[in-house]
Design a binder for this molecule. Structure first.
Ligand code: CS2
Ligand code: MG
Length: 402
């Protein structure tokens, strides 16, 4: 079998997505998600200029060799753009292989370890009252796990809180919008929020929270310690994790489980975190972390340190990534939970998913391959629109992490 063509389709059905389609001489094609929120054109250009020409003529069945061609063979290694491109190539090759063997992808990953995938929903609100209402809505919808983000008294627009009634999409058209932040106000509010949620909804609902990289290690240690009575399923990205050893300070002070890695793109981002058991869940998604080939290795490595998966699954990762993640989630033993932010209906005009939600779980069907179909004609109706993630300043004007 030979790769005869490959192309990148950038489209914007409600938000931007980058999709790689690889076609073979057997008439089988595969899809990969190359979306990197706010940096879509960078990944598309890298694929078109430097990857696709080298893909033509290769045997798509040699996934491991092609992975290393675009990893070891590239002098300037790693990084979000290059690894998102490699992830999409890898995803598309696994899609082709499974289709060629006429089997759903999970069968190539060890088969089913479970029949369904536990997911968590996003709960949000401009204030505590609205947030509690949204918890109720998600519980009524059958979710067993919810990630809770809320507006902070005294602060304006912050991460995780939609504007008005629009669905939450952090990337906005044009140049980055500015948000403001006050860690002291945040640290004073969040424990009170979870105390209230536990008081109203009891102990069984899995509660998660995303700090979104905004504490110093000692601030994160304080927060993790103060949240212990509420038994969170996880506290996500408590600190910006370029300094992996920073998590030692958090670990010393709290038993609140920690999840990290949605902004990571290779195993090397995790080595200290995993080997020193500083985390409990790996978040690095298939579409940014080197695809199935690399995440198989990282998830296996993590398993020996009692660490589970909890893949990123925000709406800025496409249905191709979500479906591939579900196959992976079904197969591995150390699965933890899957993030599930349902895409807007308009997205399904272009991407036809092969998964469905039911009572707190996602189910993927037995369509061969990853199982998502992509309508190229429809995609043309939604041209790319420049959109950037916000930037974030402390209330004193200091530039901070978003
Ligand atoms: C968030 C993401 O889902 C999450 O955990 O951290 O929504 C993140 O803000 C976006 O993916 C950024 O594009
Ligand atoms: Mg996050």
């Amino acid at each position: 079998m030979k790769i005869t063509d490959a192309k990148v389709i950038v489209c914007c059905p409600g938000r931007n997505f980058v999709t790689l389609k690889i076609t073979t001489d057997a008439g089988i094609s595969g899809l990969g998600d190359a979306t990197l929120n706010g940096r879509e054109k960078a990944v598309a250009t890298y694929l078109e200029a430097y990857c696709i020409p080298a893909l033509i003529g290769k045997d798509p069945r040699n996934i491991e060799d092609i992975w290393h061609y675009f990893y070891k063979g590239v002098y300037w290694k790693r990084g979000a753009v290059t690894m998102s491109a490699l992830s999409a190539i890898d995803m598309a090759l696994w899609d082709i292989k499974a289709k060629a063997l006429n089997t759903p992808l999970y069968n190539l990953l060890g088969g089913k370890s479970r029949e369904r995938v536990l997911v968590y929903a996003h709960v949000t609100g401009k204030d505590l009252e609205q947030t509690l209402e949204d918890v109720s809505k998600k519980v009524e919808a059958g979710y067993l796990a919810v990630r809770v983000q809320s507006g902070i008294p005294g602060l304006g627009q912050i991460y995780g809180v939609p504007k008005g009634d629009k669905p939450y999409e952090p990337a906005q058209k044009g140049l980055p919008q500015e948000e403001t932040w006050d860690t002291a106000k945040y640290l004073n509010f969040v424990p009170k929020m979870f105390a209230k949620i536990r008081a109203v909804f009891g102990d069984d609902l899995h509660l998660l929270h995303d700090v979104h990289h905004r504490c110093t290690p000692i601030e994160a240690a304080r927060l993790a310690k103060e949240l212990e009575p509420f038994h969170l399923f996880w506290l996500e990205d408590p600190v910006t994790a370029e300094l992996q050893e920073g998590l030692r300070l958090v670990r010393q002070h709290s038993t609140t489980p920690i999840a990290i890695g949605e902004v990571f793109n290779s195993v090397y981002d995790y080595t200290t975190l995993i080997t020193e058991q500083l985390i409990d869940f790996i978040r690095m998604p298939l579409s940014h972390g080197g695809g199935i080939t690399h995440l198989q290795k990282v998830a296996a490595y993590a398993a020996f340190y009692h660490i589970q998966t909890g893949f990123h699954g925000a709406t800025d990762l496409s249905p191709v990534n979500l479906a591939a993640s579900l196959h992976f989630d079904l197969a591995i033993n150390n699965f933890g939970i899957q993030e599930y932010m349902p895409h807007q209906e308009i997205v399904h005009a272009v991407f036809t998913p092969n998964y469905h939600y039911e009572n707190g779980f996602l189910y993927v069907d037995d369509t061969p391959g990853i199982g998502v179909t992509f309508n190229e004609e429809k995609a043309k109706q939604y041209p790319y629109q420049t959109a950037c993630l916000p930037v974030n300043r402390k209330t004193d004007g200091t530039m901070f992490y978003w």
